[in-house]
Design a binder for this molecule. Structure first.
Ligand code: ADP
Ligand code: ZN
Length: 443
């Protein structure tokens, strides 16, 4: 285990493997994973039905022969049906945050935790964390993987953690100032809440040492990054993960910030059409499907993340040759189908942020007065955009509606709200309010 980065911005040697070397490692680990999965009744049954044995997999491409795993498979086997080791080997449990329903429980052996810390250390170092830094973690600590995952990753790098946990924005700012943290860890929406509060309190940026923010756990946009970075002078880097395959550490941006590098020696990633389940060509949007090929307690084969993103290959300026993913555009279960058009909340966000002063706080309200869905976008305005002239406000409303139309092709009514009216979030933001009163199978 390295104690110092292998090179600047690279934590360990395996991060710079060539594609051939990555494939070779994936092949060995995939076969081993199939062997371990045979201990899980769900997979054993599937393997028997398909007459599949580890030897049936002759290359990494044969992964498509393996069964897909969904969130409902995990729920059906709640809490520990997917455990592949004796319970006494488990040293930690986590769970998904339940953004979309009941949580799923995830287990880790000691070596799983070891790996997890190391993978978090990798993306932190890639994004610019140094061992002399102090990092404030404003993620929730608990079943949610964000807090503990990043916490141990930061310690692994040798940096110091201030485990502030989520919430109490005033105290966050006090700690940032008093402890002179170099970096902040939280969700992008909470980073923005903190940044706004710093601005509102007229704190001189020189009173803070904040240079970096490692943000993840929810979709955000490039425009949001710009807004955040211009509100407080920091560099923010994106990282992605999900508890079902481990937690944060699945992929992350390097300092070049041109897509999130997958940690491919430990995860095999595919991108599929969520309807046909067939692979989509590189560079096209699809659902990410991820297999964790190094985990002991709960190895996971072809987990359908429901996250929509693009994947692409090519050597990055940082030297890594791993596949990268673009931003998560949304979750397939967040996708709204309005008059036959598929849209994601992030597209509305992109439109709003293209208009100066339309603050990045919004809500999408879904209603079904009769048989058709109706959508309204509530937009909170920046103080500078407020005017007591009716004509200004009408023009602004139509400018916003036009921006939404440009991006989504839909004419959605916009409601303007005064500053600071919409709820702020300490964890994952809730953008869509569904008032339709219909029972859906929200998987
Ligand atoms: P839950 O599914 O209950 O929210 P998790 O806490 O494991 O469970 O969250 C994982 C999910 O969070 C991912 O599937 C993805 O939708 C979202 N997510 C995590 N990181 C990012 C990111 N950087 N960008 C966009 N979405 C993210
Ligand atoms: Zn890179």
């Amino acid at each position: 285990m390295p104690h110092y980065p292998y090179k600047p911005f690279i934590w360990d040697k395996s991060e710079t493997l060539s594609r051939d070397e990555i494939r070779a490692i994936q092949f060995v680990r995939l076969r081993e994973t199939i062997r371990r999965c045979s201990a899980i009744p769900f997979y054993r049954k599937k393997f028997d039905e398909m007459e599949l044995r580890p030897e049936s997999i002759r290359s990494v491409d044969d992964i498509v022969k393996l069964p897909l795993t969904t969130k409902s498979d995990l729920r059906d086997n709640y809490p520990l049906g997917f455990l592949a080791v004796p319970r006494e080997d488990v040293v930690r449990y986590h769970g998904s945050t339940g953004t979309t329903g009941k949580p799923t429980i995830i287990a880790y052996t000691r070596s799983d935790l070891e790996l997890w810390s190391n993978l978090c250390a990798r993306f932190l170092v890639a994004g610019g964390l140094k061992s002399h830094h102090t990092v404030q973690v404003a993620f929730g600590y608990g079943l949610f993987t964000g807090g503990f995952g990043l916490h141990y990753g930061i310690e692994r790098v040798g940096a110091a953690v201030v485990p502030a946990a989520a919430g109490n924005t005033k105290r966050q700012i006090m700690l940032l100032k008093d402890m002179q943290a170099d970096a902040l860890v939280c969700t992008p929406s909470y980073a923005l809440t903190i940044a706004e509060a710093i601005k509102a309190e007229n704190i001189d940026p020189s009173e803070l040492s904040l240079k970096l923010a490692f943000l993840g756990a929810e979709p955000w946009t490039e425009q949001m990054r710009e807004t955040l970075e211009s509100t407080i002078d920091i560099k923010s880097v994106n990282n992605y993960g999900l508890s079902e395959v481990m937690g944060p550490g699945v992929s992350g941006e390097c300092y070049a910030r041109s897509g999130m590098h997958f940690q491919e020696d430990h995860f095999i990633v595919e991108c599929i059409n969520p309807h046909t389940l067939q692979p989509v060509p590189e560079g096209q949007q699809g659902e990410l499907v991820i297999s964790s090929i190094s985990r002991e307690a709960m190895p996971m084969l072809r987990y359908r993340t429901r996250d929509i993103a693009v994947i692409y290959s090519g050597r990055c300026e940082c030297g890594r040759e791993t596949l990268r993913m673009g931003r998560v555009i949304g979750r397939s279960d967040d996708m709204l189908i309005i008059r036959g058009v598929n849209i994601f909340p992030s597209q509305i966000e992109e439109a709003l942020l293209s208009i100066e002063g339309a603050a990045p706080h919004y809500q999408i309200i879904l209603e079904r007065p009769k048989t058709l869905d109706e959508v309204r976008v509530r937009v909170e305005l920046d103080r500078n955009l407020l005017s007591d002239k009716m004509i200004d406000m009408i023009q602004l409303k139509s400018r916003i509606e036009e921006a939404i139309h440009q991006i989504t092709g839909l004419h959605l009514p916009v409601e303007l709200l005064p500053p600071m009216t919409l709820e702020r979030y300490e964890g994952k933001a809730k953008r869509v309010i569904d008032n339709r009163n219909i029972v859906t199978n929200n998987l």
